[in-house]
Ligand binder design. Structure first.
Ligand code: PEP
Length: 255
């Protein structure tokens, strides 16, 4: 039986004070609802250490939203894998579409960052997904294939099992518009078939593929109910303990 991963991407929200408030609510609710679901929160860098401390007596994981691919050195403004480990992070989001669009993230840097995270036993959550124009031009399957293939370049099958993929159609991120369950399932099945080609079916089946893009309590059940949807990467709705916990509860019921 699959185990869902419900992950919150806080983006550039919640410094330490707001993070404490949000986590306080989440901690209470999570304890009530979920045993069968893995839960992850990804606060901004400045709130990571306090989040780890705050959650030390729970099974909620803490991840970062970015990482640098070098070990250390003259990279002003960047944060290394060993720093994330020291801060207590076990996960990192890599290649989010906002980083690809605004901060020059490419398929090549995504691959380098995924490898560096794996070296340090941090689970990379690799984001892929097409824009509306790319979907309209009917190149979305090819584009996502290229993104997935590039992200896994030079990564062994055992390492691949430690990677999580998040399929996030850009047109559905923060827009209130969601991929239909059929659109999500179609792309998730496509991604799994790419992984089966790159590795084998067993490995492909063992890699979790999350859906991201305006997931909320009102649509989580039908999205998470799809065969190849193994969880959610949630932006807006993860900033409220109530709505995030509701999504976790839905995942728990489907488990
Ligand atoms: C995201 O940024 O990863 C995301 C899915 O955002 P939202 O849920 O707000 O669309």
């Amino acid at each position: 039986m699959r185990r869902f991963l419900i992950a919150g991407n806080w983006k550039m929200n919640c410094g330490p004070a707001d993070a404490a408030e949000l986590l306080e609510g989440l901690k209470e609710k999570k304890a009530e609802v979920a045993e069968e679901v893995d839960v992850l929160v990804c606060p901004p860098f400045v709130s990571l250490s306090m989040s780890v401390n705050y959650l030390h007596d729970t099974d909620i994981e803490v991840g970062a939203q970015n990482i640098h691919f070098e070990e250390n050195g003259a990279y002003t403004g960047e944060v290394s894998a060993s720093m994330l480990v020291e801060a207590g992070c076990n996960f990192v989001i890599i290649g989010h579409s906002e980083r690809r669009e605004y901060f020059g993230e490419t398929d090549t840097t995504v691959n380098k960052k995924a490898k560096k995270a794996l070296e340090h036993n941090i689970v990379p959550v690799v984001c892929v997904g097409e824009s509306l124009d790319q979907r309209k031009a009917n190149i979305h399957f090819e584009l996502v294939k290229n993104q997935v293939t590039a992200a896994f370049e030079g990564i062994s099958d055992t390492e691949a099992l430690d990677i999580v993929i998040a399929y996030e159609p850009i047109w559905a991120i923060g827009t209130g518009e969601t991929a239909s369950p059929e659109q999500a399932q179609e792309m998730h099945a496509h991604i799994r078939s790419i992984l089966a080609e790159l590795y084998d079916q067993e490995t492909a089946d063992g890699i979790r593929i999350l859906y991201g893009g305006s997931m909320k309590p009102g649509n989580a059940e039908e999205l998470l109910g799809q065969e190849d949807v193994d969880g959610g990467l949630i932006g807006g709705a993860s900033l409220s303990a109530d709505s995030f916990a509701e999504i976790i509860t839905i995942a728990e019921k489907l488990s």
